[in-house]
Design a protein around this ligand. Sequence first.
Ligand code: PLP
Length: 406
Amino acid sequence: MDEGDLKKLFSKKLSLLKLSPIRKVAALLDEAANDSEIISFGGGSPSLIPPKELIESFIEDLENTPSEFFRYTSTRGMIKFREKIAEDVYEYSGIKYDPNKEIMVTEGSTEGIFLVLSSILEEGEEVILTDPTYLGYSEIISFLKAKEIRVTQLEENGFQPSLDEINEKITNRTKAIILNTPENPTGRILREDVAKGIVDIAKDKNIFVVVDEAYKHITYEKDHIYLAKYDKDHVISVCSFSKEASSPGFRLGYVCANEEVISNLEKIKQFVTLCSNVVGQKFLMHYLASDLKRKYLKEIVLPTYKARRDFMIKMINEYLPDINVNVPEGAFYLFLNLKKYLRNKIYVDEEVMLDLFKKKKLVIIPGSYFGKQGIGSFRLTFVSENFERIEEGIRRLSEYLKSDVF
Ligand SMILES: Cc1ncc(COP(=O)(O)O)c(C=O)c1O
């Protein structure tokens, strides 16, 4: 067989997909998994574990009714689980979704985003994305041969998108606006007037707002704004259990939307995953079944992340006092503008990240991964390291930025 023979067998569409740069960082960390000197402010995987009571009730349930854990369920997800999701969404947002018609359980919000974009986009159509934004949207848009159009989010405006710019960028090819709130990477929560303004534009132009709400429960001083309360038909809400229930390994999330959207997602999902992880659905049913979720968020998750956030900011103020920190309102990332130190290196932030890893065993994420507006900034997560290691990491960052290399 000639070298290249196999290459001919693959779809040309694959050239439209790149390996996610964050996965590259994860691979770097995997390689060095046994090196405890490495401090990671990189990936957004919670270091907390789900509540102990939840694990215990799950094990008991597994022992009592094992057969229920190892079978297929309907493509939309177990109906009892969807009922619990509907109750939970109503309790927090006041929005009513019919569990039979308007909710679809997915393999994490990642599958949700893929199903939504696959079901709405045609070749050549456009999707409005914010800049910066989470990097899980661009590649799918390009894989579907559609085009992303970015709207800027400026640090001086608290990373709120401009309604005028969104309006200006909508054409007759625009199908959707995708954004996330609370936002990865900036931590901003959409302001109420901006959220309503975006939904009004979508209604007026008859396009979708796809809102990725993976961090809807990870909020500090301000509450999350539920966009669907302004219009359930044009807003597609994509949610996840990965962050709120500290369970990304179960790969579970859900989509709430108009019934037509959900039946179109189902058409695709039946051939992608057939149905979502049943063991995870059973586990998360216990999470939603009592006041466990509210207690876990209030007593464990939010105090832990808030304390780490405040401590990381305190350390930055101490070690890098000339850096201005935008305090994140939600999620678990600081988006740190390091332009002052980077000077002519701002356009090679990936090289800076690799050099910092090599010299100081510290991982931070280049802002350019999230869009052009991110150039000169780095994303640091406070979700995974304890106080001592947060201080050590910031100390190393300061030492590196103040060293001769710069
Ligand atoms: C904004 C955002 N959306 C979606 C995801 C993917 O989450 P899931 O584990 O639900 O696929 C992440 C993960 O970091 C994220 O930050």
